[in-house]
Design a protein around this ligand. Structure first.
Ligand code: EPZ
Length: 430
């Protein structure tokens, strides 16, 4: 079994380069299905979710070639839409974007129900399906597969009762070649929504308003291949920003768009950390004592839910009591059990976590419950006294490129180690 082994209490100092945005790339790659041609896409992160999506496209007949570590060439001219591989798609949450892309291109899609992070109970896609139905698709489920079929997709107005990143992007993918105008109201406004819209417009789509809560899509008859560079990953950057403050270090985080990081910057400053913004980099350091603050996660431009676990680790080290509320996902506090094993004092009350500050974290065997919970455990291990072993690091590899190298280069003592025969230490102790 592979684990991360971290020797804590080391301040992070130096420079970290941020990779391409996972949550933009997992939508942009399947969006290539919407046109026949050769795409060159840069700043593609080398992480599990992206490699899974590229394998799915290859299984469907696309030719995928890495021209360098972060640039991929995709030739979609031989894609066969009936060949969506069941096994790979059911394990990847973002495989639901194949529904929107196939529906948009062929008026027909059949994709496995999506997998992905296991927090918040079942991850519903009712809003995605509501959007497809509004465009005239008939939806059915059959043996773990979702089917969507339409004679012709017709533009329509769609109001989302809840702000949904996935549903917003999926309706954009389905509507770009629909007849007439589609208006999405109460749309998600995340940076990756804008990136997907920019990519589709470069393919010849006509999308206006991405980044606001009303997106207008005027259907076009044809789209074409294009070259594109994916935006930097807001959450990877935020994770290292929090790690800098939590370890009382000093990091220059490069290849970022500071505007995308504003909610994280604001909260770090509220805790007393220093954040300096430059054109495409951001410096975070903490010298004095840090004090807690309250966090309520909201859709962008609010504080991102994908930063909630990482920030809670920082708050457990700050002075004073903090309250963390996640208004996006129910029950995204599973990682608190692991954090408590390391000495954090956190009480879960319904949708909120009451964080007692000034914890002295001690290294322990813990596990990564999901992608961002795993990132939180890394930050906790970096700050703890002694050694922390993190299991189930496959979750972390889904979304953080070269995490060991990036952290080692700024002074962390972290290694990926294989324990071939060790049963889970956690089970032994259970
Ligand atoms: C995306 O998930 C991200 N994943 C998540 O990041 C992120 O937490 C989430 O957006 C919110 O920002 C990808 O982009 C691949 P939603 P998504 O639809 O699209 C409810 C990470 O760490 N909802 O915005 O699945 C849902 O239950 C991952 O990178 C419905 O009720 O999230 C949730 O409460 C974890 N019905 C809320 O809306 C639906 O049809 C927001 O979900 C869809 C969503």
């Amino acid at each position: 079994m592979e684990k991360f082994v971290i020797k804590g209490s080391k301040a992070l100092r130096g420079e970290i380069n941020i990779s391409g945005a996972k949550n933009a790339a997992v939508a942009i790659l399947p969006a290539t299905i919407l046109a026949k041609g050769v795409f060159n896409i840069e700043n593609v992160p080398d992480i599990r979710d992206i490699n899974s999506m590229l394998e799915i496209l290859e299984a469907m007949g696309a030719e995928v070639v890495y021209t360098n570590r972060s640039t991929v060439r995709i030739d979609t001219r031989n894609i066969n839409f009936k060949a969506v591989p069941y096994e790979q798609t059911k394990n990847l949450r973002a495989s639901y974007y194949l529904l929107g892309a196939l529906l948009g291109m062929y008026n027909h899609a059949k994709v496995a129900m999506p997998g992905g992070c296991n927090f918040g109970g079942v991850r519903p896609i009712d809003l995605h399906l509501k959007g497809f139905s509004a465009l005239g698709a008939i939806i059915s489920t059959d043996g773990g597969m979702i089917k969507a079929k339409a004679q012709k997709l017709i533009g329509n107005s769609i109001y989302f009762d809840k702000v949904s990143v996935g549903a917003t992007i999926n309706v954009m993918l389905a509507a770009v070649k629909a007849r007439g105008i589609t208006v999405i109201e109460n749309a998600a406004r995340e940076p990756h929504i804008v990136d997907v819209a920019n990519f589709l417009n470069l393919m010849g789509a006509d999308i206006k308003g991405a980044g606001t809560d009303v997106i207008r899509i005027h259907g076009v008859s044809e789209l074409h291949a294009c070259n594109y560079s994916i935006i930097p990953d807001q959450i990877e950057a935020g994770t290292y920003m929090v790690a800098a403050a939590a370890t009382k270090g000093d990091l220059l985080i490069k290849n970022v768009i500071p505007k995308h990081l504003e909610p994280i910057t604001a909260k770090l400053r509220e805790c007393g950390a220093i954040v300096e913004e430059f054109d495409d980099s951001i410096r975070v350091y903490a010298t004095g004592r840090l004090h807690g603050c309250n966090i309520k996660t909201m859709p962008h431009p609010g504080f991102p839910t994908d930063m909630q676990p990482q920030f809670t680790v920082l708050l457990s080290l700050c002075e004073g009591i903090s309250i963390v509320t996640d208004s996006v996902w129910d029950n995204r506090f599973r990682y608190v059990d692991q954090l408590t094993r390391m000495g954090a004092q956190i009480q879960i009350e319904g949708k909120a976590a009451i964080v007692q500050g000034s914890a002295v974290l001690k290294g322990a065997p813990v596990k990564a419950d999901d992608l961002r919970a795993g990132a939180a455990m890394i930050i906790a291990g970096l700050c703890a006294k002694g050694t922390t072993e993190i299991e189930d690091i496959i979750h972390i590899d889904r979304g953080y490129e070269d995490v060991v190298k990036k952290l080692t280069d700024v002074g962390a003592s972290i290694a990926r180690m294989d324990f071939p025969n060790s049963a889970s230490l956690l089970n032994k102790r259970a």
